[in-house]
Design a protein. Structure first.
Length: 299
């Protein structure tokens, strides 16, 4: 087993394609495939499963990838310390539901750990895609919530994908509204008071099930509703249409200013927000730092 082979595995996992990885590594695709095949035979596991649709990490491969990242990180530290080698670009990816605190934590990570070169990824995406991204190691960390309504479905998907849920915080239901919305001055609002305002929620694409909704109380019928695909659009509609959405109440004023505010919602629902990762994979240095930044951003 060589460091070069480990770097090959990391690149293939990051690109999801032998051809794309070979281009990035400046080697031929057959040479790359042969090197990884030799590694698989040496360690006795199948790292990548080959299918008609391409390649994907096996369960054992996902675990192996976590350790490979740590080995490469340590090797690069040694090279930088004793060989005066230029540090390789840092790699890290996170997939998350549309949470401002997840962006805030990402900003902190880049400010503290960003080198001259890095290749990072922050994907605000759909619930099912978050789970799939972490399963396939496109992202090391995923951020999502569970509650009494969706817990069985989400937990089953995580178990089948060999992923684990790590709690960040528990919150009561809030709405986000414009600071100029008539409800903004209320100490608490009810669902009945919200009926005249447009309800904004994030689309979930192919998996548009209530269990994958980013908003609790998703099964309630509403006379006015607008489905959106990104957080910036949602925030603009909160202001422009006096709309509302339901979330945790955790908002970053540093990034979002004072135009959007949280107001408690009269509900007994509890939201458990956490981060997911592979059960058996060791986290990279940047993943550990990002989790710490998440914890700080949600205190």
């Amino acid at each position: 087993m060589t460091l070069q082979q480990l770097r090959y595995v990391l690149e293939v996992a990051a690109r999801g394609s032998m051809n794309e990885a070979a281009k990035r590594l400046f080697i031929s695709q057959p040479s790359l495939s042969s090197a990884i095949k030799e590694l698989e035979e040496e360690i006795g596991i199948t790292i990548f499963q080959r299918t008609n649709k391409g390649i994907m990490l096996s369960k054992e491969g996902a675990e192996f990838l976590g350790y490979a990242r740590q080995v490469i990180e340590q090797a690069e530290l040694l090279e930088g310390r004793y060989l005066n080698a230029k540090p390789s670009p840092q790699h890290f990816s996170v997939s998350t539901q549309h949470y401002a605190f997840a962006v805030n934590a990402f900003v902190k990570l880049v400010r503290e750990y960003g080198q001259e070169e890095y290749e990072l990824s922050l994907r605000e995406t759909k619930t099912h895609e978050i789970i799939q991204d972490v399963k396939d190691q496109k992202s090391e960390i995923g951020v999502l919530y569970m509650n009494d309504f969706n817990a069985k479905v989400i937990s089953r998907l995580l178990k089948n994908a060999n992923l684990m849920f790590n709690s960040l915080f528990t919150a009561k239901a809030h709405i986000f509204v414009s600071a100029h919305n008539p409800l903004a001055c209320h100490p608490v609002v009810t669902l009945e008071q919200l009926r005249e305002y447009p309800y904004l929620y994030f689309e979930q694409g192919e998996y548009n099930s209530f269990h994958f909704s980013e908003e609790i109380l998703s099964t309630i019928a509403r006379p006015k509703s607008i489905r959106v695909s990104d957080r910036a659009t949602l925030f603009n509609l909160l202001i422009g249409l006096n709309g509302y959405t339901i979330s945790t109440g955790v908002l970053s004023k540093d990034l979002n200013g004072n135009d959007i505010i949280p107001v408690p919602l009269a509900s007994d629902e509890t939201i458990h927000v956490g981060w997911i990762c592979h059960q058996n994979a060791a986290l990279s240095r940047l993943a550990v730092a990002y989790v710490e930044a998440l914890q700080e951003a949600t205190r």
